[in-house]
Ligand binder design. Sequence first.
Ligand SMILES: NC(=O)c1ccc[n+]([C@@H]2O[C@H](COP(=O)([O-])OP(=O)(O)OC[C@H]3O[C@@H](n4cnc5c(N)ncnc54)[C@H](O)[C@@H]3O)[C@@H](O)[C@H]2O)c1
Length: 425
Amino acid sequence: MTSPLEAVLLGAGQRGTDACGAFARRHPEQLRFVAVAEPDEERRRRFARQHGIDPAMCFAAYEDLLARPQLAPLCFNTTMDAHHLPSTLMALEAGYDIFLEKPMAVTARDCLRIAQVARARGRIVQICHPLRYTPFYTKARDLLTSGAIGRVISMTMVENVGYWHFAHSYVRGNWGVAATTGPLILTKCCHDMDLAVWLAGDDPVRVASFGALNEFRPDRAPEGAPNRCTDGCPVEKTCPYFAPAMYMGDNTDWPVSVISSDPSAEARWQALLTGPYGRCVYRCDNTAVDHQTVIAEFANGVSLGFSVHANAFHPCRTLRVTGSEGELNGHLEKAEISVVRFTPGQGLEANPRVFSTAGQADAHHGGDTGAISNFLRCVREDDKQGAAESLDIAVAGHLLAFAAEQARVTQTLVDMKSYRLALAG
Ligand SMILES: NC(=O)c1ccc[n+]([C@@H]2O[C@H](COP(=O)([O-])OP(=O)(O)OC[C@H]3O[C@@H](n4cnc5c(N)ncnc54)[C@H](O)[C@@H]3O)[C@@H](O)[C@H]2O)c1
């Protein structure tokens, strides 16, 4: 019987509480939080209560917690994107191994800096890319690396965010303003860029990208729509983004839990009257694009076509990989992968092999559990090599995202070698 690894938490928001905190509550034999840093008193108290943390180990900011001598071997960093660089550098300095929420940081240089300091200090830093640890993508990669479709030739990946999710997170919410958190291709799609590098099995060499904000902007607002849905909107009966319809129903879990710590109807209504989630989606300060495509080529010749769509009904990710001997098709939400092989004369095999990849019932199709378990395993087994290789892929995925954004904004093809050289200069 192993004793739980002890950890501190930076940022007891949605991810800190619902992903990392929830894991520790489900697996007390594996992980125990002994300290928390969170400026929001209600969130800090809630986390301390849920994990039995001594009041003396509760801090109002990560700066205060990390100024103390190391309080545990592990640090879970679930602060918001712009805090990732300073808090992670401080935590590395203090000696922690770190589980860091994606995106690693909000600039390409800052991502490289975190990886460089982790390497120099011999510390484990795992980026929370849960999809890599889902049964779906694990199976897809196993099939590709075992040659199930021969040599991989091309990959087509699609992410359908879903109209309501996009409005919640990327218009009204935390990730609407690219200048403060980063572009959509980073904040939403760094997972996909990470998967692309991981599945292709090599570094990207060239990338181009197109996309724009076409829908959620003032000139698309219905006539007479006020700044807030609660101000009497003429299209409240038909607008799919009418805030009271999204947030005043029976569901009080995510995404509704984000608008107010207090789930009561009064508190939620107050949040809509005064907070960001009551704003008309056509009259926010958002700049995140609502559709984008990325095309890229990898050093081993594999090509990638990726697209992300805000205006989709079914939130889902799909994957299609063609190979020299067959093709693989997968649908994450249906938890299904099929593999067909080419046969002489007949084209495709009559009976494709179909794999069910149903995951655990946590967020991200079992990926949160898998990602945290992998981090704990790396620490327990002192698998610094495995952790460093995993971090290199995460860095390459983040750089692909930043380079794609540069390609989109400058309308150019970005050569990754020159891009990396410019970052180093
Ligand atoms: N891996 C994934 O799939 C995934 C999914 C969603 C979000 N995320 C990432 O997780 C991170 C957190 O997102 P979230 O939705 O939980 O946001 P959140 O706003 O709910 O949580 C962030 C918390 O950090 C706290 N904070 C602010 N300043 C702080 C300080 N100085 N010290 C300590 N805490 C401080 C905030 O008060 C807040 O409670 C983000 O980087 C986000 O991009 C990752």
